[in-house]
Design a protein around this ligand. Structure first.
Ligand SMILES: Cc1ncc(COP(=O)(O)O)c(C=O)c1O
Length: 392
């Protein structure tokens, strides 16, 4: 009887590496996604007015590029399909966990333990889980607007309130102010959701800023949830991403870090995230809450990926970063000229552009400066007014 081998069922760190050649990522190939039922391209009709949608602006409102996934990822998915049996998976393999651990060590010099890694079905799902697990209805959650729309919506959806520590708008961008930050914390503030690097301002937080945020949160007993989904896409060569929890054991103990390959390799459709939780008590509570709400198996497709991904997809990630940087600076240069059409979606406050440049999936640092003056765009910078949701 013919017997098919299981796809990528690697259970040891030393399992033989794939011999797949490094991905010749097709960054120069234009992939038409407009008819592929992608959220990015098909939501124009739902989110824009008819005349705006008719102008066919480029959808730069969501961090989803039009690049194909690295070949190693596509190969692993093909292997899984060719195996033909889509049964329940056995959980994250040793190879998977090692890939996650090694990525943090190699890229950021952060030594983490395999035990800390909790695979999860996406970062947004995990943020919601954290809100439910570590705060109670009526508590407040601290955020730094202008910030990613889900930090607003998902907290409210779960019956918690928002405590705002807005970033200060300056000539050069947005600035963290320690006094504003501490003043925003109330007795019922249980969590601080940190966007790091910050979406949409593009701020890559410095060690001093991170330490200050962490020390203030520690003084007030606030748990830090650091969303580091964009950690690999730092475009400024003078800046380095410093994982919040890598600052020291006291920062690690009082924090939960959300990571994912989805922005780095453009895999958001796989909904594969890795939540890093050094403290064992927090680590025990998080999966219990996840299990109470949903199945934990939804990332099964991704569990066969990372062994090859980290070996062969890294060159692709580097090229992707370079292309994002180039597109962003093109975007900035074009900001000074009058765009063909540039509208701000009234509901999502996000940006759609009518330029010819390809969508980078990365929000330019001073993104609000390039929006149409005919519509107010997101957070105004005024501390007294109620913050509004901004770009995704
Ligand atoms: C800051 C931030 N967090 C989370 C997400 C989405 O994460 P996921 O697709 O894993 O839920 C995004 C997507 O743009 C994001 O910008």
């Amino acid at each position: 009887m013919a017997r098919d081998t299981a796809p990528e069922a690697d259970t040891s760190a030393s399992s033989s590496a794939s011999t797949a050649a490094p991905s010749s990522s097709s960054f120069d190939t234009v992939v038409d996604r407009s008819r592929s039922n992608s959220m990015k391209w098909t939501f124009a009709d739902a989110l824009l007015a008819p005349d705006e949608a008719a102008a066919e602006p480029l959808p730069m409102w969501v961090a989803d590029t039009d690049f194909k996934a690295p070949q190693a990822v596509l190969d692993a998915l093909h292997d899984a399909v060719d195996h033909g049996v889509l049964g329940y998976p056995g959980g994250a393999t040793d190879g998977y966990l090692d890939a996650v651990v090694n990525w943090q060590a190699k890229r950021f010099g952060w030594e983490i333990s395999r035990d800390w890694v909790v695979p999860a079905a996406g970062v947004i799902t995990s943020l919601k889980t954290v809100v439910q697990a570590f705060s109670a209805p009526g508590d407040s959650v601290l955020i730094q607007p202008p910030v990613y729309v889900h930090f607003h919506e998902d907290v409210r959806l779960n019956g918690r309130h928002l405590a705002y520590a807005p970033l200060e708008r300056t000539e050069d961008g947005y600035r963290f102010d320690a006094r504003t930050f501490e003043a925003a914390i109330r007795p019922d503030t249980k969590l601080f959701i940190l966007s790091h690097p910050h979406n949409p301002t593009g701020n890559v937080w410095t060690e001093d800023e991170l330490r200050t945020m962490g020390e203030i949160c520690a003084r007030h007993g606030v748990l830090v949830v650091s969303d580091e989904i964009h950690q690999d896409l730092v475009l400024n060569p003078a800046r380095t991403h410093i994982p919040f929890a890598s600052l020291g054991p006291e920062f690690a103990r009082a924090s939960i870090t959300c990571t994912a390959p989805s922005k780095t390799f453009n895999l958001p459709g796989l909904q594969c995230a890795n939540i890093l939780i050094p403290d064992h008590r927090l680590r025990e509570d998080f999966p219990v809450s996840t299990s109470a709400m949903c199945s934990r198996w939804s990332t099964c497709w991704a569990w066969s990926l990372p062994r090859r991904r980290t070996r062969t997809a890294s060159p692709g990630w580097r090229s992707c970063s370079a292309i994002c940087a180039a597109t962003t600076s093109t975007s900035r240069r074009r900001s000074t000229a009058r765009p063909r059409s540039c509208v701000c979606c009234p509901r999502t406050r996000s940006t759609w552009r009518g330029w010819t440049a390809g969508a980078s999936g990365w929000t330019p640092r001073r993104w609000t400066g390039s929006c149409s003056p005919r519509r107010a765009c997101g957070w105004t910078g005024a501390r007294s007014s109620a913050p509004r949701a901004t770009a995704t």
